[in-house]
Design a protein around this ligand. Structure first.
Ligand SMILES: [Zn+2]
Length: 213
């Protein structure tokens, strides 16, 4: 039987290597010497939107992630009533891609009043009591945004039934979401130095790039 090649990329879930290839080829995952606002240093920097700015990559990643979600019966059978909600702008293309692929009811987001402040919903852009929600973002790192938004949404009576991210990159202090199902396409381990004094790259004089996010 002939298969349409044009549809081939949408017929599988990209594995870890596929995702890393996309991230590296788009500059979303880059090697170097980076300093973060909390003072830590790393030899890698990940910024998933650099991959998501390419629509076809975004499509492959979000369709792949949606297929993982669809494998769960509870989601597959109720998806038409579910919402996909993001805690950050980086999660917006993920939310809309998943919503389109799964034909979920709606996709929206929340914002903080200011960095470090609680989440707030835009007026009338609020979940209804009992609304089932899949939280989504491009990356799960500290988990702070997803955890804070989950609390906010539950304050409206919504029910968060899972978390879906492109990349799971936990740290020793990543928020524990307990039994809440987590879906991701790639699990990346980052190596961090707590500060410049403990950084091998600083010792060897590697040029340093400061990043704000
Ligand atoms: Zn360093």
């Amino acid at each position: 039987m002939l298969e349409s090649k044009a549809e081939a990329p949408l017929k599988f879930v990209p594995d870890q290597d596929d995702v890393v290839d996309i991230l590296r080829s788009t500059g979303a995952l880059r090697k170097g010497h980076f300093a973060y606002p909390n003072g830590s240093h790393s030899d890698e920097y990940l910024q998933v939107p650099l991959a998501m700015q390419h629509y076809q990559h975004a499509k492959v990643l979000t369709v792949g992630l949606s297929r993982l979600l669809r494998e769960r019966t509870e989601i597959r059978t109720s998806i038409k009533d579910m919402s996909i909600v993001s805690p950050a702008t980086g999660g917006l293309p993920v939310a809309y891609g998943i919503c389109e692929a799964l034909q979920a009811k709606k996709a929206y987001w929340a914002e903080r009043e200011a960095p470090g402040q609680p989440y707030r919903m835009r007026p009338f852009l609020e979940p209804q009591p009992g609304e089932q929600i899949i939280l989504t973002d491009d990356i799960l790192h500290s988990g702070a945004n997803l955890a804070d938004l989950k609390t906010t949404l539950e304050g409206f009576g919504a029910i968060v039934i899972g978390i879906a991210v492109i990349v799971y990159q936990p740290t020793p202090r990543t928020h524990d979401f307990g039994a809440l199902p987590l879906y991701y396409l790639a699990h990346l381990k980052a190596s961090y130095y707590a500060n410049a004094d403990s950084c091998d790259l600083c010792r060897s004089g590697e040029p340093l790039t400061s990043v704000w996010l």
